[in-house]
Design a protein around this ligand. Structure first.
Ligand code: MN
Length: 233
């Protein structure tokens, strides 16, 4: 296959480089492959919201499988890209493996980095103001996000994004799709993400997705979400 250079990548949808540098996604520009990026905390750091075993399996097996799958897909295609965003912004033109594994790699790298130890972070600053302005209160926002996450049928993600109109919006994607993909129904810059695949919670919560989501609210790194918001808007 001829070398293809992506031209569609949109800087307006770029992840803020201040919070999420390229290294976050383990991109090795020399050999054009991705490495599993380091977790920003230990496996037990999010307990009791997310138990150690779930964290270990989720990161070292599930996330790693997405990285391996993405690298395998890259080996089969000679494409020119500078970032994971380039791949996502052109994913409709690529084989399905890029959608599944490129999405999986981005989503998990992002997810790990907006989480922190339970009850150590409070929603404040510009993001708190913006959420309150849009939903009336933080509680109302949480309710709507929770509803979206619970009603995602099967596997997928719930997101808080800054949409293409620069408005905060709660959206949901199936499987490993995300709002940075050119094929996404609702596009935007992710500010907050929640993995609602069963592998993310089944060991501890079994079928009780609502309990997992309730625990999620205790482990959000609002400082990061706020920095993402202020550097993206
Ligand atoms: Mn997952």
């Amino acid at each position: 296959m001829d070398k293809r250079t992506f031209i569609k990548s949109s800087t307006s949808l770029a992840i803020a480089s201040y919070i999420f540098p390229k290294e976050l996604f383990g991109l090795n520009l020399e050999n054009k492959t991705f490495e599993l990026p380091e977790l920003p905390y230990t496996y037990h750091a999010l307990e009791p919201a997310i138990d150690k075993l779930t964290m270990e399996i989720h990161y070292s097996r599930h996330h790693k499988a997405y990285v391996d799958g993405l690298n395998k897909a890259l080996l089969s295609q000679n494409i020119s890209f500078q970032s994971i965003n380039d791949i996502l912004a052109n994913v409709s033109t690529l084989p399905i493996a890029f959608r599944n594994h490129g999405g999986g790699h981005f989503n998990h790298s992002f997810f790990w980095n907006i989480l922190t130890a339970p009850n150590t972070s409070v929603c404040s600053g510009a993001i708190h103001e913006a959420i309150t302005k849009k939903w009336g209160s933080l509680e109302s926002f949480k309710e709507e996000f929770t509803k979206t996450a619970i009603s995602r049928f099967g596997s997928g993600w719930a997101w808080l994004i800054l949409d293409t109109q620069r408005q905060l919006s709660i959206v949901s994607t199936s499987n490993q799709d995300n709002p940075l993909m050119d094929l996404a129904e609702s596009k935007g810059t992710p500010l907050l993400a929640l993995d609602v695949w069963e592998h993310a919670y089944y060991l501890k919560y079994q079928n009780k997705r609502a309990d997992y989501i309730a625990a999620f609210w205790t482990i959000i790194n609002w400082n990061k979400v706020n920095q993402l918001y202020t550097s993206s808007k």
